[in-house]
Write a protein that binds this ligand. Structure first.
Ligand code: MLC
Ligand code: AMP
Length: 446
């Protein structure tokens, strides 16, 4: 799985830099072996996934020992942390990067055993653990290396969180598998991206739109080889500004926690705005459209698919069609030349804000835990910076918007907080009592 760790840049002191601290592969391997010795034999272990060398050592250590790692969002409030730890059965491990071990404990897992468990939101309820094997991770990364001509010659730069597919699987394991140098910028600011001097840059659309609004930072990326956007739709005006300011049309790719990255523009083709390319190696797609329609749910099969939701066989089964294709819940179309376009989501209850996936139900439940709130409906409203911003409609007595925002930020993760709270006398409901969320929005917000 971690091919690069076995030599390519073994003696480089800055093979991996995270938030200003650098390490060689050799030292990273030493720290990871110490973690592996600590966790050996455990069913799983959790790490507080700050943007740090400690997180990288923990994830590599888990892979070496064959013990699945659960990255915890560092800003997760107590409700979310407790849920993830209880649901996964993982004990939280502290990593001391200064501790090194010369030899690794034997790996007790096979390539098709769980290697990584990522928690992600559904439309309702608490987050579910998405289980990936080393085989799936390797298949996904090798497919991207092929699509992007990604090699040890590259220096990868990004500043994304290390508890999701984008920042952790692509942005850390991808660098360790291809052997490219990695520079994690800490926060993904335009100035930090401009200063990093990479050849390959990853960002969510919010990061790219902030860079496009900073012409000097954008111009500094003109020496790069490839700018890659994903996790949410890249607005066409941002695509065009980046192309003009950097000289590079960004490559867009599409993925999910459950599927890894399954569609991508290719480095050897001219990217077209509004499209997310073609299936990566090994992946097949289809559109489940009504007769006569050409848009419908995107479904797929392939080697990058997850092994299931941890401890939830019914939810796993429900995410597949009867004939075994994974249901993404995204609405898509395929152009005549095979390029895929994502045109929306099937459910209003799945929000994408700043590239984070947030289930409306989880935020509604958190708001309902506040004693002053009697009803809550959460939606994603179009936002030029975040793609969608979380807006909470609440029926409440004697509480202000800031208090409710802080309440959610403290109980869940900070990025799940509503950016706006609108107080209403009641929620519009249908005959079954289900809130009619679209009726709460103005026509331009729908
Ligand atoms: C603000 N803050 C608060 C707060 N309000 N803290 C507590 N309570 C409150 N009420 C603080 C935050 O802690 C943070 O502090 C600071 O304010 C800013 O936080 P923010 O407002 O959340 O930052 P923002 O600028 O909105 O973030 C934009 C962003 C971020 C792009 C940097 O959204 C981001 O990193 N997105 C990436 C998501 C991602 O990687 N998704 C991939 C999913 S995988 P401090 O201390 O931190 O400054 C996937 C598969 C695929 O989708 O296809 O890739
Ligand atoms: P997550 O599980 O956080 O990875 O979120 C997955 C969701 O992100 C997908 O189901 C899509 O809705 C969305 N997504 C990821 N990449 C793109 C993209 N390039 N364009 C549009 N939506 C995307």
């Amino acid at each position: 799985m971690l091919k690069a760790l076995h030599g390519i840049h073994g003696d480089r002191a800055d093979a991996v830099t995270i938030a200003g601290r650098s390490t060689s592969y050799e030292d990273l391997l030493g720290a990871a072996r110490a973690v592996a010795a600590d966790v050996a034999g455990a069913p799983a272990f959790a790490v507080t996934a700050t943007a740090s060398l400690e997180t990288v050592a923990a994830v590599v250590g888990g892979l070496l020992a064959g013990v699945p790692v659960v990255p915890l969002p560092p800003d997760a409030g107590p409700a979310e942390r407790e849920h993830i730890l209880r649901d996964s059965g993982a004990a939280l491990v502290e990593v001391d990067f200064a501790r090194r071990a010369a030899a690794s404990v034997p790996c007790t897992a096979g390539p098709d055993d769980p290697a990584l468990i990522l928690y992600t939101s559904g439309t309702t309820g608490a987050p579910k653990g998405v289980v990936h094997t080393a085989t799936a991770l390797a298949a996904g990364l090798d497919a991207l290396a092929d699509a992007w001509q990604w090699s040890a010659e590259d220096t990868l730069v990004h500043g994304l969180p290390l508890f999701h597919v984008h920042g952790l699987v692509l942005g850390v394991l991808g660098a360790l598998r291809t052997g490219s140098r990695l520079v994690h910028t800490g926060r993904p600011t335009p100035a930090a991206y401009a200063a990093a001097g990479g050849s390959l840059y990853f960002g969510v659309p919010t990061v790219w739109s902030r860079i496009a609004a900073d012409p000097a930072a954008a111009a500094a990326l003109s020496g790069a080889r490839l700018l890659v956007s994903g996790s949410a739709p890249l607005p066409t005006p941002v695509f065009r500004s980046l192309a003009r300011l950097t000289g590079h049309a960004p490559l867009e790719r599409y993925g999910m926690t459950e599927t890894l990255i399954t569609l991508s523009a290719r480095a050897d083709a001219v990217p077209r705005p509004g499209t997310v390319g073609t299936p990566v190696a090994g992946v097949r797609t289809r559109i489940a459209a009504e007769p006569g329609a050409d848009i419908g749910e995107l479904q797929l099969t392939g080697p990058t698919l997850f092994s299931g939701y941890l401890g939830r066989p019914e939810a796993t089964a429900a995410s597949y069609t009867e004939d075994g294709w994974f249901r993404t819940g995204d609405i898509a179309a395929i152009d005549a030349d095979g390029l895929h376009r994502i045109v929306g989501r099937a459910s209003i209850d799945m929000i994408k804000s700043g590239g984070y996936r947030i289930g409306a139900g989880e935020v509604e439940n958190a708001l309902l835990d506040h004693p002053a709130v009697s009803e809550a409906a959460v939606v994603g409203v179009p936002d030029t910076d975040l793609g969608q911003r979380i807006v909470a409609f609440v029926v409440a007595e004697g509480v202000g918007a800031t208090e409710l925002t802080d309440f959610v930020a403290a109980h869940l993760s900070v990025h799940k907080r509503p950016r706006e709270v609108r107080f209403v006398a009641s929620l519009p409901r249908n005959a079954m009592g289900k809130p009619q969320k679209r009726l709460l929005l103005s026509p331009e917000e729908r």
